[in-house]
Design a protein. Structure first.
Length: 256
């Protein structure tokens, strides 16, 4: 028989010391166990990745399946469920970016022949909300929904350079357009610029990325201008002031 404190831990009915609800945190741990390359996971794999008892996992999975967050396959393994896609659609719809970002990314890919992405900040990470791949066979592989570091990569550094609500003119970085080479992945380079909405609120970062060999010093100025043009255009479409981005087209470039 479990002692009282153990019963509380298993039930998850009470908040933990961090202010969250233990059962909810464990349910999210199960969902977060899935990786990009996973089509499904067995109970044993979920237990290994989460460090939880199988009995606990099964109880939580029963609710996740009931709410369409997970699906149990005929072979006994589990997949993520359709509710996650539904939530993703609601998230994107709430941001009201669908009508504006994809056309800008497609145009940017046509101009640069490199992959183009739009990122927003999620705590200490950045999430790729929209992605258009390069037409070239050798390219940077990023998918919509990918969570990437905020402290590595051009888009992450751009997002970390601004306050999400308002950046006063005196705090605006001297070089908002940033280039990184081999920082997130070896032999991958990226160039990114901020995108603003009303009242100078930061809406995200627009970036192109690809093999570092194609981001030579000779090509960087034209790539930079293409990214800044796209960021300025998207800023105007989202109700922001693109003046500073247009001014930066003749400015210097920060390379990391």
């Amino acid at each position: 028989m479990l002692r009282g404190s153990e019963t509380e831990r298993e039930s998850g009915a009470k908040p933990d010391k961090g202010g969250g609800v233990a059962a909810v945190e464990r349910a999210f741990a199960i969902l977060n166990a899935f990786r990009v390359s996973d089509t499904s996971l067995t109970l044993n794999e979920i237990a290994l990745r989460t460090g939880m008892y199988k009995s606990t996992i099964l109880r939580l999975i029963a609710t996740l399946v009931q709410e369409h967050c997970m699906v149990r396959l005929d072979d006994g393994s589990y997949q993520l469920g359709s509710m996650l896609l539904h939530w993703g659609g609601l998230y994107q719809a709430a941001l009201r970016l669908d009508d504006h970002v994809p056309p800008i990314l497609r145009r940017l890919v046509q101009e640069t022949e490199e992959g183009a992405s739009f990122f927003t900040r999620e705590g200490n990470l950045r999430v790729c909300l929209f992605r258009v791949d390069s037409p070239r066979s050798i390219r940077d592989h990023i998918r919509t929904g990918d969570l990437l570091p905020l402290d590595r990569g051009a888009a992450g550094r751009v997002l970390a350079s601004f306050d999400r609500t308002y950046t006063p003119p005196e705090s605006f970085p001297a070089n908002p357009c940033i280039v990184t080479v081999g920082e997130r992945e070896p032999d991958i380079a990226a160039i990114a610029a901020p995108v603003f909405g009303p009242l100078d609120s930061l809406r995200g970062a627009l970036a192109v990325s690809g093999p570092a060999a194609r981001f030579s010093n000779d090509l960087l100025p034209s790539l930079r201008q293409a990214v800044l043009r796209a960021a300025a255009d998207l800023t105007r479409r989202l109700g922001g002031d693109a003046t500073r981005l247009e001014h930066e087209r003749v400015g210097s470039l920060t390379t990391v």
